[in-house]
Design a protein around this ligand. Structure first.
Ligand code: ADP
Ligand code: ASP
Ligand code: MG
Length: 417
């Protein structure tokens, strides 16, 4: 007997049939004797629709009201799943974030979980054998007393945080793929499923664009050493042996991983924009005059490259920002033009960042160099590069994303044989 969190994403609860299928998965674990807390997302596409409605209502809407609207998708699926469970004889009750409560910061639309009281859920496992069906993605801010949401993809984070709060043995993330792959299997059919992946590698994959898990959920998994198991919700519930090992990927600490490849996986993101500030006088303080105002505006700068301008005397500074901050970033630089003193601002939004990740890079030299040659052979121009201990990223034209990912996937021996 153990205690489990089972999280189901949007495609897994997309309609009533799928919700009934989820109920059978939950029943299987309950019948096996486990205490179960379920975390659900909104139906696939629902959150996008709600976000759109807020934008249509007013482009400059109040973040507290945005949260009130977008949190509603999970309210519906948690109630429906509790009904579906009761209908097949499983004792179940739905919970909204504020009812548990899941206390978060007051950063509406991207709140962080501060504290969860798991006491009531645990006593209901003991006293009533009751399954808790929890609305993912949402919480409550003690400061504002209002509903908050955790940023897109946030139900993963709800699930891992709940797992820690109720001292679960494992957090199962059921989704529309049967695990974490060496890269997005929808883009590279030759991608290989990983049996295990270290928290650190998964953290990089998620931060660099693999949306299979929200970054914060992996951080929490690492902090609480909570094993996270990514698996498919499309397997037939009756075909699964609750005591066997189903296909999936375990995210765990590095020590538990025997095989160590230099490269673990490749991630990519098209949500990038490049800005080049041309012909700046090359003197101390210039970088501060550009990046200071961007930091003040809460804009995250990622890659940075400095090189000599075409006139051979001044310097160019190129950097990337999230595509959603592109307009604001340009406005911020434009307003600081007097202080910075540049000739021209160039920018591009049709760019993509491709990142190669592997904790094995720590002990291997020349891993990135190989990639530059392979991309050049495909005529893919690199606009910027960044490296860290366990990853490197290149910025390229978005049109070449798939080609670049496939090329690197083969280069590092990740293709399925
Ligand atoms: P859910 O709605 O269940 O939360 P998401 O759509 O958020 O599911 O995440 C699952 C998707 O993540 C998959 O359908 C897949 O296309 C994508 N994905 C991106 N990178 C990877 C990867 N390395 N391994 C597995 N899936 C990935
Ligand atoms: N429904 C939310 C979203 O689409 C949260 C989640 O699915 O994890 O972002
Ligand atoms: Mg998701």
């Amino acid at each position: 007997m153990g205690r489990l969190v089972m999280k189901f994403g949007g495609t897994s609860v997309a309609n009533l049939d799928r919700i009934r299928n989820v109920a059978l998965h939950v029943k299987r674990e309950v019948d096996a004797g486990h205490d179960v807390a379920v975390v659900v997302s909104a139906m696939a596409g629902k959150t996008n629709e709600l976000v759109e409605w807020c934008r249509d209502a007013s482009p400059m809407h109040d973040a507290r009201e945005y949260d009130a609207v977008v949190a509603s998708g999970e309210q519906v699926t948690s109630g429906l799943l509790a009904i579906a469970l009761q209908a097949i004889g499983v004792q179940a009750r739905s919970w909204q974030g504020w009812q548990i409560p899941i206390r978060t910061s007051d950063a509406h639309a991207s709140a962080r979980i501060l504290e969860i009281d798991g006491g009531e859920l645990i006593s209901r496992f003991k006293d009533r054998k009751e399954v808790a069906v929890i609305a993912g993605f949402q919480g409550i801010s003690p400061q504002t007393g209002r509903i908050t949401t955790l940023g897109r993809g946030g139900s993963d984070t709800s699930a891992v945080a709940i797992a820690a709060a109720i001292h679960a043995d494992r957090c199962d993330i059921y989704t529309d793929v049967d695990g974490v792959y060496t890269t997005d299997p929808r883009v590279v059919p030759k991608a290989r499923r990983l049996e295990k992946i270290a928290f650190e590698d998964m953290l990089e994959l998620a931060s660099q664009g693999a949306k299979v898990l929200q970054v914060r959920s992996v951080e929490l998994g690492m902090v609480y050493n909570m094993p996270i198991f990514v698996r498919s919700s499309f397997d037939k519930p009756e075909d699964i042996d609750p005591h066997g090992t189903p296909p999936g990927t375990l995210i765990c600490s590095e020590e538990e991983i025997m095989e160590n490849h230099v490269v673990t996986g490749i991630a990519f993101s098209k949500d990038e924009a490049q800005i080049s500030v041309r012909q700046i006088e090359d003197k101390p303080g210039v970088a501060a005059s550009i990046f200071g105002p961007l930091a003040d505006a809460n804009i995250n700068v990622d890659m940075i490259v400095q090189n000599v301008s075409e006139d051979g005397k001044t310097t160019d500074l190129t950097f990337t920002v999230p595509a959603s901050d592109y307009g604001r970033a340009r406005d911020t630089i434009n307003s600081a033009k007097g202080k910075i003193g540049y000739a021209r601002l160039d920018s591009a939004t049709d760019v993509a960042k491709v990142s190669v990740i592997g904790s094995g890079m720590r002990s291997h030299a020349g891993v990135a160099a190989k990639a530059f040659g392979a991309l050049a052979a495909r005529n893919i121009n690199i606009r910027a590069i960044t490296t860290s201990e366990i990853k490197f990223s290149v910025l390229i034209d978005a049109a070449y994303t798939e080609l670049a990912v496939r090329t690197l996937h083969t280069l590092y021996g990740l293709d399925q044989v």
